[in-house]
Design a protein around this ligand. Structure first.
Ligand code: GLC
Length: 548
């Protein structure tokens, strides 16, 4: 299987490398950093959308699927990027945002101008009465999910920002347009596709949510999801034996994901699911803080590993992305044990069964941004929720603290390459402020240390590329009741690997279920060279044992 030895590196292009002095990352900037990525060892780059977009949701509001925003560069720049990446053994994955378009997209504009054909690309409905939207669904970015359009006396659905109108996938023309867009990028040499919130495209019905929740039960993993994905597969990427696809699945279930990403189901190669990243949501609410519930986290990771493996389906493995706060700040300790906990989290995630995704800056332990002023935030979700929480009566300091922990902008600040101005990202003011700590936390500084986080990531990547047990071994949980340690085995024939991860900043002890004779230490973040059956673990210690 082509996906087993892949390691995907996610680039948030707006914040990766500016080459033309406008404070905005670009394609030529990425080209200048390809050697760095080759040294890291990754073999795929996923780019967040770089198409023409009013940037209301940082490119997830696409106004033209076939044209690059000139701020990122030209099509020639992109073609050069594809060639230069390929020379280094790296393929490109593009982000396809097909649940919605920007309201500035030509289709929506023509719909507004009264062209019936394009009006049918979107979901327009009559309200329940004057000023009352068609149902009580809430947008994921706060407020009603419906926007009134006076000339039609109707509302359009937007599950995200008001500028992101949902497409109507029951319309075969919409499905054909989407397949054509994938094929357009395939012809440009793109083999990988990430499908944005793709499990929201099939809406079951438009009734009120009886629980007064946001309505997700009616539009998540809907009745025609699997059919639409198979159709898209056949009409586009499925024709390319080298394609690699991942679906971003919002609030999904294992039952659906074994089909989305099952062997031979002809839908996608793998899925992003997010349950493990909600274990620090108090009462399941994103804007209510609590420390991660470790037993819940461990239980969820185990359940998804086993549930997917049982049906021969495939997970994407990740802690970080452009929508999540930085894992080292969130689940590790970004002060006293930044290095140790960054390595432990990487090892714990990447030794599991699936395809690892590394988010820019993770490989040297970038932390949350810790902005102190709402003016520093750019993200529409963050600024909206700021207003909502203030209106609910929360003190400003508390709201700012919540954003420091939860805002998506924590991950979106400029890449910290070195200690020069703006961390080497740009020599002019970046579109979003650089983190205060870049002089200390940056790629160059980390790599000057022989024991760097970067070197640890290189080793993890090398193991994934070279060891069949890492690629294909079956996942088997061990020490399931241990309250501090997440440990598991990977087994392939005679080969066996044991990963032991102390999730906490205190020492602890484990006794493995078997003697360790015949095992050797494959990886350690404390320079450990041997381990018996009982191991006294240091804070955030991670250890991989291997026997052939
Ligand atoms: C996905 C993207 C996120 C975006 C949303 C709407 O969750 O990752 O950044 O805001 O979809 O497109």
């Amino acid at each position: 299987m082509g996906k087993n030895d892949k390691i995907v590196y996610q680039i948030y292009p707006k914040s990766f490398q500016d080459s033309d002095h406008d404070g905005w990352g670009d394609i030529r900037g990425v080209i200048s950093r390809l050697d760095y990525l080759q040294e890291l060892g990754i073999n795929y780059i996923w780019f967040n959308p770089m198409m023409i977009s009013p940037q209301k949701d940082n490119g997830y509001d696409v106004a033209d699927y076939r044209a690059l925003d000139p701020r990122y560069g030209t099509m020639e720049d992109f073609e050069e990027l594809v060639r230069e990446a390929k020379k280094r053994g790296i393929d490109i994955m593009f982000d396809m945002v097909f649940n919605h378009t920007s309201v500035e997209h030509e289709w929506f504009q023509r719909a507004l101008a009264g062209e019936e054909k394009y009006k049918n690309y979107y979901i327009f409905r009559r309200g329940k009465g004057p000023g009352v939207p068609p149902n009580n669904w809430q947008s994921k970015f706060a407020g009603s999910a419906w926007q009134y359009v006076e000339q039609f006396d109707e509302y359009y659905l937007h599950l995200f920002d008001v500028s992101q109108a949902d497409l109507d996938w029951t319309n075969p023309d919409v499905r054909k347009e989407c397949a054509d867009i994938v094929n357009y990028w395939r012809a440009k040499g793109v083999h990988g596709f990430r499908f944005d919130v793709i499990n929201l495209i099939s809406k079951a019905s438009f009734e009120d949510d009886p629980n007064n929740f946001d309505g997700r039960q009616f539009y998540t993993d809907g009745p025609k999801e699997h059919e639409y994905l198979r159709e898209l597969n056949r009409a586009s990427f499925g024709q390319d034996p080298e394609s690699l696809t991942v679906g971003e699945m919002s609030s999904t279930t294992i039952e659906n994901c074994v089909r989305y990403a099952g062997e031979g189901t002809e839908e996608l190669d793998m899925v992003f699911s997010f349950h493990h990243l909600k274990t620090d949501y108090k009462n399941k609410k994103k804007w209510e803080l609590q420390p991660a519930d470790f037993m819940e986290l461990k239980g969820l990771l185990t359940e998804w590993q086993l549930g997917m493996q049982e049906k021969n389906a495939w997970n994407a493995l990740f802690w970080n992305c452009h929508d999540q706060p930085r894992s080292v700040s969130r689940f590790g300790n970004d002060k006293e044990y930044r290095k140790e906990s960054a390595k432990m989290l990487a090892c714990m995630m990447q030794m599991m069964r699936g395809t690892p995704y590394i988010y820019q800056g993770e490989e040297f332990g970038m932390t949350n941004a810790y902005f102190t002023d709402i003016q520093e935030y750019a993200d529409v979700e963050s600024t909206n929720i700021y207003d909502v929480l203030l209106k609910e009566g929360k003190p400003k300091e508390e709201v700012l603290h919540i954003l420091q922990e939860r805002s998506r902008d924590n991950a979106r600040t400029p890449m910290q390459w070195d200690d020069s101005e703006n961390g080497g990202f740009s020599d002019v003011k970046p579109w979003i402020r650089s983190q205060a700590g870049y002089k200390e936390i940056n790629a160059a500084n980390d790599r000057s240390d022989p024991d760097s986080i970067f070197a640890f990531y290189q080793e993890l990547i090398r193991l994934r590329k070279t060891m069949p047990v890492v690629q294909e071994g079956l996942f088997e949980p061990i020490l399931e009741d241990h309250t501090k340690v997440f440990a598991y085995k990977r087994v392939l024939g005679q080969e066996c690997l044991i990963a032991v991860n102390n999730f906490f900043g205190e020492e602890t002890e484990v006794t493995l279920p078997e003697a360790t004779d015949g095992y050797r230490v494959l990886l350690s973040n404390y320079g450990r060279t041997e381990a018996g059956q009982t191991i006294h673990l240091k804070p955030y210690e991670t250890l991989v044992l291997y026997k052939a």
